[in-house]
Write a protein that binds this ligand. Structure first.
Ligand SMILES: [Zn+2]
Ligand SMILES: [Zn+2]
Length: 203
C-alpha cells in the first residue's frame, strides 16, 4: 500500500483488507458525516448508519464511525445502492449521502477490462492495467469535491430504537436458544427459523 493515503484511510484499509474504490466511497461518506454531525466516532450508539449496500464502503462506515452490526447501530437495507444515511441521536439530525450517478463513469474499454479482471480471464498485462485503473480511481475518489461525488441532503432522523435485550426460548427441534421475536411455532412448539423453514419446505 502506498503511503500517500491519509492515515485514517490506511487504517480502514487494514480493517477491510485491501484498497479499492468502494472503500474510498465509504471513507468519503463517513468523513462528511462525521464533520457535518460533529461526531468523530460512536462509542455507544449516538450515531446510527443506515446503509443501502453491503459492498466494501460499509467497512469504512463501521471502522470510522463506530456503527457496527453487533452494537445495533448499523442497519442494512438490501437496495444495492451506494447510499449512506447517518443519524446523530445527540443532534437529532440526519444526513443522506448518495453517490452521484455520473460520479464513476467508465469507458467501454474500462468496462471490458473490469469484466475480464473480475472473471479471472485477464492476461498479466491486462491485470496490471486493471490494478492501475483501480488505483487511479481511488486517488480520484479521495480528491474529488463533495459536490462532484455525492448528493447530500438533510433528512428527518428516524433513528430505530436502541438495541434491546430480548427474552430467549429454546427451540424444541435443535435445542438451541433463539430470541423470542425470531422464534416460530412448529406443531405447537417453539422452533428457530432454520428448523421452521425445514418444516415449511414440506420435509
Ligand atoms: Zn473492497
Ligand atoms: Zn432449531
Amino acid at each position: 500500500m502506498s503511503s500517500v493515503y491519509p492515515g485514517d484511510f490506511e487504517e480502514i484499509a487494514r480493517f477491510h483488507g485491501h484498497v479499492c474504490p468502494g472503500l474510498a466511497i465509504g471513507y468519503r461518506a463517513a468523513k462528511i458525516a462525521a464533520a457535518t454531525l460533529h461526531s468523530e466516532r460512536s462509542e455507544d450508539e449516538e450515531l446510527v448508519a443506515v446503509v443501502e449496500t453491503d459492498a466494501c464502503g460499509v467497512d469504512a462506515v463501521q471502522a470510522l464511525l463506530g456503527c457496527t452490526l453487533g452494537k445495533g447501530n448499523l442497519i442494512f437495507r438490501d437496495y444495492g445502492k451506494q447510499v449512506f444515511t447517518i443519524i446523530s441521536r445527540n443532534e437529532n439530525r440526519a444526513i443522506r449521502i448518495a453517490l452521484k450517478s455520473e460520479a464513476l463513469q467508465r469507458t467501454a474499454e474500462q468496462e471490458a477490462l473490469l469484466r475480464k479482471a473480475q472473471s479471472g480471464t485477464a492476461s498479466p498485462e491486462e491485470a496490471r492495467e486493471y490494478a492501475a485503473f483501480q488505483k487511479s480511481r481511488v486517488d480520484e475518489l479521495l480528491s474529488m469535491s463533495e459536490d462532484d461525488l455525492f448528493t447530500i441532503t438533510e433528512v428527518t432522523p428516524e433513528a430505530p430504537e436502541k438495541a434491546r435485550i430480548f427474552k430467549s426460548v429454546v427451540c424444541h427441534f435443535c435445542g438451541e436458544r433463539v430470541m423470542e421475536p425470531r422464534a416460530r411455532i412448529r406443531d405447537g412448539d417453539f422452533a428457530c427459523i432454520p428448523c421452521s423453514e425445514v418444516y415449511s419446505r414440506g420435509w
